[in-house]
Ligand binder design. Structure first.
Ligand SMILES: Cc1ncc(COP(=O)(O)O)c(C=O)c1O
Length: 394
């Protein structure tokens, strides 16, 4: 059997490799404390689960769902955007529920990219933007996110020959993995740039509700003219601890939304309806879980930063997202530092280079680690310097 050339080029997904390494150590009886994966450790709030259970008992929800999603869910998504960002969306033409935002992020490349086209992709970034570009036959052009530019891409340095082939641009704020945020003036510049070079914009914003110190992230859809040039992917995963239920959405440009709806209707049969009803409850019901969880993430963020600073790592406190992006100490690169932490103190973090070349020199720590494990992990990290000294003396 010969697999497609496309499969030959596909490397194991970043977290599959990391999970394998952790599993190998656990199999040897070692306890690993993992700061590696961004998966909320709190359960889905009970009122959402109650609605899910109720809907699961209704035989009407046992049959194939519509792949375009329940009209009630599209209206609930539009209502949430109105309340949260003061944006009016047409639930029929500008909203599409997804089987988790990763599904839509993966598929939209097939709506916009032909073989030979270019997609502008941030570096470092969530890996799916470049992988889906490549699967669709396109080429990613990497826009380096540098600390000195507050991890925003410098649009002015992209050359004309790249822009001629560019059909799509990915951006993501609050950002994974850097924790950086973008303000409306940056999104306005992106809209201007997209209009000038006729490039479709996909903004990925699943962390807009995870924010600290009273900061409120903005939506790309709030930029003047955003819906003429692009869409925003969003998700219930991080806001409502619903990663396991697989539900997200895309909103904005009606032509792009319609293209994705049409592609999906040929590939999938929609989101289980009981989960769609749970999502309606999440979006329209009590929102207390969001500030409650943010307060816990903020406390964890402060503890993580204190310990990292104490062992000599440079860190900027993120204003949003679930991640701390830390510079590795002198003498290490992101992979050697990650390996050292795992080996010396049994702590797993993610090497920055896994998110792209410009992630070299950094590691990412996720704040989605239960408090007891966090305390243990931080105490191990605090001992890392001493472990190094003892090894050096031997
Ligand atoms: C930047 C970014 N986009 C999208 C996703 C996918 O989220 P989901 O598919 O759970 O909606 C993630 C998940 O970690 C992410 O970090």
């Amino acid at each position: 059997m010969k697999l497609s050339r496309r499969m030959e080029r596909l490397r194991p997904y970043l977290f599959v490799e990391i999970n394998q390494k952790i599993a190998e150590r656990k199999a040897k009886g070692e306890e690993v404390i993992s700061f590696a994966i961004g998966d909320p450790d709190f359960p889905t709030p009970p009122h959402i689960i109650d609605r899910l259970c109720q809907a699961a008992h209704d035989p009407a929800n046992h049959r194939y769902p519509e792949s375009a999603g329940l009209p009630e869910l599209c209206r609930a998504i539009a209502g949430w955007y109105q309340r949260r960002f003061n944006i009016s969306l047409d639930p029929e033409t500008e909203v599409l529920p997804l089987i988790g935002s990763k599904e839509g992020i993966g598929h939209i490349a097939f709506c916009l990219i032909d073989p030979g086209d270019t997609a502008l992709v941030p570096d470092p970034a969530y890996p799916v933007y470049s992988i889906s570009t490549m699967l669709a036959g396109g080429k990613p052009y990497y826009m380096s996110l540098k600390e000195e530019n507050d991890f925003l891409p410098n649009l002015d340095i992209i050359r004309g020959y790249v822009l001629e082939k560019a059909k799509l641009m990915w951006i993501n704020y609050p950002n994974n993995p850097t924790g950086a945020v973008a303000e409306l003036d940056f999104f306005n510049r992106v809209v201007e740039f997209a209009r000038k070079y006729d490039i479709a914009v996909c903004h990925d914003g699943p962390y807009s509700e995870v924010a600290f110190d009273d900061y409120q992230p903005v939506s790309f859809m709030q930029a003047e003219g955003a819906r003429e040039v692009g869409v925003e992917f969003h998700s219930l995963s991080k806001s409502y601890n619903m990663t396991g239920w697989r539900i997200g959405m895309v909103v904005g440009n009606a032509k792009m939304v319609d293209a994705l709806r049409s592609l999906k209707s040929n590939l999938d049969s929609g989101i289980p309806q009981a989960i769609q009803y749970a999502a309606i409850e999440a979006l329209t019901g009590p929102q207390d879980c969001i500030p409650e969880h943010n307060a816990i993430y903020q406390r964890r963020r402060d503890l993580v930063i204190e310990v990292l600073n104490n062992i000599g790592l440079e860190v900027r406190a993120p204003r949003a997202s679930l991640y701390v992006w830390a510079k590795v100490p002198e003498g290490y690169n992101s992979v050697s530092f990650t390996a050292d932490l795992l080996e010396q103190v049994g702590v797993a973090v993610t090497p920055g280079v896994g998110y792209g070349r410009s992630g070299e020199g950094y590691v990412r720590l996720s704040l989605t680690i239960p408090d007891a494990a966090l305390v243990k992990g931080l105490s191990r990290l605090s001992g890392w310097r001493n472990t190094r000294r003892l090894i050096a003396k031997k």
